[in-house]
Design a protein around this ligand. Structure first.
Ligand code: C5P
Length: 335
C-alpha cells in the first residue's frame, strides 16, 4: 500500500470539540485475571468540552502542546498514543502537532484525557482525508484505554467489560445538568485498589456483610437498567412520557460504587454532593472515580439558579446539558 503523505507546504489543521462524559451509575464487578475490573455503567455525553487542534504538515514526529502543566507532553499522553497508532494503521506520514486547549479538569472523572485522545484520532483522519474502518478505530481506542470507546459512540452509552465494550442506548432528550469541579484530582487505579480492599475486608469479616459482593451488585444494577431499557423499548416514546427519562433512569436505583472509596478520603466531595442536592438536584453523584460531581436538574433555569447559589458557597460550578448522540456528532467538528 502507498503511504499517505502531506505533499504541500501548508499544514492542514482540524479543530475538534472533545466533549466530557458523566457516569449515570457505575458498578464495579470482579477483579479479572488481566488486572482490570468488570464494569457496568451508563455513560452520558455532556456539552462541557476541551478543544483539540490537529495539524499535519510535511516531516515526521508527534508533538503535543498544552498550556496546562499537568498534561503530559510525551508518549504517555493518550493523544500521542492514538495518533501514533492511527498513523501506522493508515500507513500515513507527516508531522503531527496536537494542541490541547484544556477546559475540563485533569483527573476529574469526566473522561477528559480519553475524550482528547479520540478527538485527536478523529482530527488526524480528517486532516489526512482518510478514514479508518470503524472496527479498527474502535480497536485503537480500546487498546489505549477503557474509557476511550464511549467517545466513538456519544450520547447515552451502555459500558460493560472493563468499560470498553460500548453499546448505544436510545437517544434521550437533552437534560439540564450542573457539574461541580473540586480542586482535587483522584487517581482511578488507586480508587480501584481501594475498592478491592473494601471487598476483601467485607469477605473476610465475621460481621454481616455491609457491602454486597460484586456479582450481586452487578445483578442489581443490571435489573434496574434492563427494567428501564425494556420500558424505553416498549413502544412508549421518551418524548411522550411525563417524566424526564434521564431521571427515570437514575431512579432505577443506580449508584456509583466509587463514592464508597472516594468520599471517605475526600470529605469535601461528600459535601459537594449534599450541596448539589440542597440547591435542587433531582439526582446527584460522583462521576467516574471523581473528583467531579454532577447534578441533574428539572430545567435549565433551575440549573442556572443552582450554579449561582453554589458559586456563592465557594464551589466551582458550571451549568451544562446532556448531549444526544445526534448533537454530539453534529457539534464535534463544528468549531
Ligand atoms: O483502561 P485504563 O488505562 O484507563 O485503566 C487504567 C487503570 O485503571 C488500569 O490499569 C486498572 O488499574 C484500572 N482499571 C480497572 N478496571 C477497569 C478499568 C480500569 O481496574 N475496568
Amino acid at each position: 500500500m502507498l503511504a499517505v503523505g502531506i505533499y504541500n507546504h501548508a499544514p492542514v489543521t482540524v479543530t475538534v470539540r472533545s466533549f466530557a462524559k458523566i457516569n449515570l451509575g457505575l458498578n464495579i464487578g470482579s477483579l479479572r485475571e488481566d488486572g482490570f475490573h468488570e464494569l457496568l455503567t451508563v455513560y452520558q455525553s455532556i456539552a462541557l468540552h476541551d478543544v483539540i487542534r490537529v495539524s499535519v504538515s510535511r516531516g515526521s514526529g508527534i508533538e503535543i502542546s498544552c498550556a496546562d502543566p499537568r498534561v503530559p507532553k510525551d508518549e504517555s499522553n493518550t493523544c500521542y498514543r492514538t495518533v501514533e497508532k492511527g498513523l501506522r494503521a493508515l500507513n500515513a506520514k507527516g508531522r503531527v502537532v496536537i494542541e490541547i486547549e484544556k477546559r475540563l479538569p485533569v483527573q476529574g472523572g469526566l473522561g477528559g484525557a480519553s475524550s482528547n485522545a479520540v478527538a485527536a484520532l478523529l482530527g488526524l483522519e480528517r486532516a489526512l482525508g482518510k478514514a479508518l474502518p470503524a472496527a479498527q478505530r474502535m480497536g485503537i481506542a480500546a487498546d489505549v484505554g477503557s474509557d476511550l470507546p464511549l467517545f466513538l459512540v456519544g450520547g447515552t452509552v451502555l459500558g460493560v467489560g472493563r468499560g470498553e465494550l460500548v453499546y448505544p442506548l436510545e437517544d434521550l432528550p437533552a437534560g439540564a445538568c450542573v457539574v461541580v469541579t473540586p480542586e482535587v484530582g483522584v487517581s482511578t487505579p488507586r480508587a480501584f485498589a481501594q475498592w478491592d480492599r473494601i471487598i476483601s475486608r467485607a469477605r473476610t469479616s465475621d460481621a454481616e456483610l455491609t457491602v454486597p459482593l460484586p456479582s450481586d451488585r452487578m445483578v442489581e444494577l443490571g435489573r434496574g437498567l434492563s427494567a428501564w431499557l425494556s420500558e424505553s423499548y416498549s413502544g412508549a416514546p421518551f418524548r411522550g412520557r411525563a417524566e424526564n427519562p434521564l431521571l427515570a433512569l437514575v431512579r432505577a436505583g443506580i449508584k456509583n460504587d466509587f463514592e464508597q472509596v472516594v468520599f471517605p478520603e475526600y470529605p469535601e466531595l461528600t459535601e459537594g454532593k449534599s450541596a448539589l442536592e440542597r440547591v435542587g438536584a433531582k439526582y446527584a453523584s460522583l462521576s467516574g472515580s471523581g473528583s467531579a460531581l454532577y447534578g441533574l436538574f428539572a430545567s435549565k433555569e433551575a440549573a442556572r439558579r443552582a450554579v449561582t447559589r453554589l458559586r456563592g458557597q465557594g464551589w466551582a460550578a458550571q451549568a451544562t446539558g446532556t448531549l444526544t448522540r445526534g448533537r454530539y456528532w453534529r457539534q464535534i467538528f463544528d468549531c
